[in-house]
Design a protein around this ligand. Structure first.
Ligand code: IPE
Length: 271
């Protein structure tokens, strides 16, 4: 990889690319198309390397819950669920990659369950040699939350929110952007409280004040916003800053990719 070229790891939340609120495994075609265009526009303007990780929405959460995959393997029926859940994620990934290709992005599917191993839901093995080669050839690897073999529990869920910091650390990324269905992290749940205030910056000084963090809607086997924040806080210990921004408000992702800061919540490293 070219060490002088900025590397961005971008998560597209499952709730922004699928019709999560309806609970059906359907892509939100309009959002996906717009986000693909925003990414393409930013890439045309600025020469950065990009890895995309997308979430699952109902494509993953619904079958994973139905087969209890987040509890590990206890019976044979769950192995069927492993296969079904992975295939469902493949269908979503196919559509994400195609949407990006339509905007002239050299996107290539990157299957986490083919290369990674978990232990109690945390990655203990995920080689990135091929990913690094792809990045250096200006290809955009498109990975996703998936079901993986788990050394402790048989199989388990790899959340995109866990894969993103893992990749940011391993690939020594410059920026991490989480594009979500909310504009960032609020001081109380914005879906319940109209007066909830957006927190612009989070660091070790104000983290203890954040009591109630907005939860994501519907079936979610990977822990919503609270887990996301915990994963991102881990990154600050490695000196990598991250941002949660809205993928719903048009233009925010494009501007963030182009380098604008402060459009959502920044999870800052200590000064
Ligand atoms: C979950 O991935 C993967 C499966 C349930 C198989 P994520 O945790 O990244 O998905 P979203 O963003 O919450 O939809």
């Amino acid at each position: 990889m070219n060490p002088n070229k900025e590397l961005i790891i971008l998560k597209l939340g499952g709730s922004v690319i699928t019709k999560k609120s309806e609970g059906k495994p359907e892509v939100d075609g309009e959002n996906l198309k717009r986000l693909a265009k925003e990414i393409a526009d930013a890439k045309k303007k600025k020469n950065f390397s990009l890895v995309i990780v997308h979430g699952a929405g109902p494509f993953g959460h619904v079958p994973a819950k139905r087969y209890g995959l987040d509890k590990g393997i206890m019976d044979e029926e769950q192995m069927k669920g492993f296969s079904i859940t992975h295939q469902s994620m493949e269908k979503l990934n196919f559509q994400v990659v195609e949407a990006l290709q339509r905007h002239m992005i050299n996107a290539v599917a990157y299957q986490p369950s083919a290369v990674g191993i978990l232990k109690n839901r945390r990655l203990i093995y995920f080689p990135t040699i091929v990913m690094e080669e792809l990045i250096s050839r200006d290809v955009v690897p498109v990975a996703y939350g998936d079901v993986l073999l788990d050394e402790e529990t048989g199989v388990n869920i790899l959340s995109g929110d866990h894969l993103v910091p893992y990749l940011a650390d391993t690939l020594n990324a410059n920026r991490v952007i989480m594009a979500a269905d909310v504009p960032g992290i609020f001081d109380s749940d914005p879906k319940k409280n109209k007066n909830a205030k957006l927190i612009k910056e989070i660091d070790s000084r104000n983290i203890s004040q954040i009591r109630e963090i907005g939860t994501s809607m519907g079936t979610d086997v990977t822990g919503g916003m609270e887990r996301k924040l915990n994963e991102l806080l881990r990154l600050t210990e490695l000196g990598i800053e991250s941002e949660i921004v809205s993928a719903i408000e048009p233009g925010i992702l494009r501007r963030t990719l182009l380098g604008e800061r402060g459009l959502g919540t920044i999870i800052k490293t200590d000064p």
